[in-house]
Design a protein around this ligand. Structure first.
Ligand code: FCB
Length: 449
């Protein structure tokens, strides 16, 4: 075998990054709905708060972390801007916050890290929450105004934009499952919020393009693929397909074909949503088994559970599993996304793994499966590992550790986990060396392309 064929090589120009988000990293965010939620007893694991987070609002700390990303051989980094800092009161824009973000982007560029900027990553300014947040139809116009200001301020340095992170997770966790603010449990409210976010994405897409020639704009879509519990059972296949349609492909159809599924839009085709994805951002963590359950009409006749025979990552602090390790699920997710004919960035992929027993293997095998999808025609342009340094993991607070670097919450010091070296080797090679794969995932069968 030649040296070249001993590498599962990614296309030239592939972006290797880590993904992060403002509220999870900056610290001292006090003016958004998550900060308020963290104050409420019983909402967050062990009463913890985001607090200083990874202290990225301090210029020294963020620069050092960007040094770490660059030292790993990465060439990109995904971060989000915090709406409540930029627009602390409705219609009042804080120029110093915008300047600070411009400096942060400059720090990235100075280190050869291409920025991917997310405009909404789960947090809303309190003034918006007080108006009803994403249930108030005015949010579309308000978000659009905010987006315009950010593009004006950062557009000379940023061309890769993510409008909204995971509309489906924001809507379901906040309005159906009740784990995120505002803690509601109502399907109609969740559906209304999801619909509003998709429509806002379409407007933001057009605004960014109006302001910036050459912008590349997409949305980061969370895809937890449903696999049939028993693939030979037609009813399970039907249940999995239905759930995939509701949770996964409905968003993709909206932001490419402008088609809103019956659930969110009575089958409407929305003109301003048609073709509003220069790329599709895929956030992939795990898959879930789905069985037909006739006695569960309120759960779309589906019973979902993690494959008990699979390997599990760290558990949520409430004792529930976070997910299973399923690299082939990423291949399937990429194949699904590829059907929409757009370039793809894997905008998040990672694993809660405090002891780093899984992460090196997780990274190498998920990238091997990415390579397989690319061989079969998926136009994957980059991979962002979630995340660089352990950060504030929403309702699970500090209990789930996703970092390539461990964070000591007391001292703020960072320690590289061994898997950081695995990712660095892959990024520097622009592919997965088979020898590395064999070391970190012995016996793993390289998927044939
Ligand atoms: C995703 C979120 C991200 C992070 C990871 C673990 O759903 O987008 O903020 O919490 O999960």
């Amino acid at each position: 075998m030649t040296a070249e064929s001993a590498i599962l090589r990614m296309p030239a120009g592939f972006l290797w990054g880590v993904a992060t988000a403002a509220h999870q990293n900056e610290g001292r965010n006090r003016n958004n709905q998550w900060a308020a939620w963290e104050q409420q007893p019983g909402r967050i694991h062990a009463g913890q708060q985001s607090g200083r987070a990874t202290d990225w609002w301090s210029p020294g700390t963020i620069a050092e972390d960007f040094d770490r990303a660059a030292a790993l051989g990465l060439n990109s980094l995904r971060l989000s801007v915090e709406w409540s800092r930029i627009e602390p009161e409705a219609g009042v824009f804080d120029q110093s916050a915008l300047r600070k973000y411009a400096e942060i982007i400059r720090l990235l560029r100075d280190r050869g890290l291409e920025p991917m900027v997310t405009l909404h990553h789960f947090t809303d300014p309190l003034w918006l929450t007080e108006m009803g947040g994403w249930e108030n139809p005015r949010v579309e116009e308000l978000f659009n105004r905010f987006v315009g200001r950010v593009v004006d301020a950062l557009g000379d340095q940023v061309s890769l934009w993510c409008t909204i992170n995971e509309p489906i997770v924001y809507a379901v966790s906040g309005y159906l499952d009740g784990d995120f603010p505002p803690g509601a449990r109502s399907l109609p409210r969740a559906v209304a919020v999801l619909r509003r976010m998709l429509l806002a994405h379409g407007r933001a897409y057009r605004t960014i393009h109006r302001l910036q020639r050459g912008a590349r704009v997409g949305l980061a879509h969370h895809m937890r693929l449903h696999r049939p519990a028993n693939p030979s059972r037609p009813a399970d296949r039907w249940a999995a397909a239905t759930m995939n349609q509701i949770a996964n492909t409905s968003t993709l159809a909206a932001i490419t074909e402008g088609r809103l599924t019956p659930l969110v839009g009575l089958g409407q085709r929305v003109t301003h949503l048609i073709d509003t994805s220069d790329f599709i951002g895929l956030n992939y963590y795990t898959t879930i088994l789905t069985a037909f359950a006739p006695h569960r009409p309120t759960s779309f006749l589906a019973h979902t559970f993690f494959d008990p025979h699979a390997e599990f990552s760290d558990f949520n602090p409430n004792g529930e599993p976070y997910g299973i390790i399923d690299p082939a699920g990423l291949y399937l997710a990429l194949k699904t996304v590829a059907r929409y004919g757009k370039p793809i960035y894997i905008t998040e992929n990672g694993v809660p793994d405090a002891e780093d027993r899984l992460r090196g293997r997780f990274i190498a095998t998920h990238l091997a499966e990415t390579w397989r999808a690319i061989q079969e025609g998926a136009d994957v342009r980059g991979y962002y590992h979630w995340t660089l340094v352990d950060n504030f993991e929403w309702a699970a607070a500090w209990a789930l550790k996703f970092g390539l670097y461990a964070l000591d919450l007391e001292t703020g010091s960072r320690t590289a986990r061994p898997s950081a070296t695995v990712y660095a080797q892959i990024a520097r090679t622009n592919g997965v060396p088979l020898a590395l794969l064999e070391t970190v995932a012995p016996g793993y069968v390289v998927p044939s392309a």
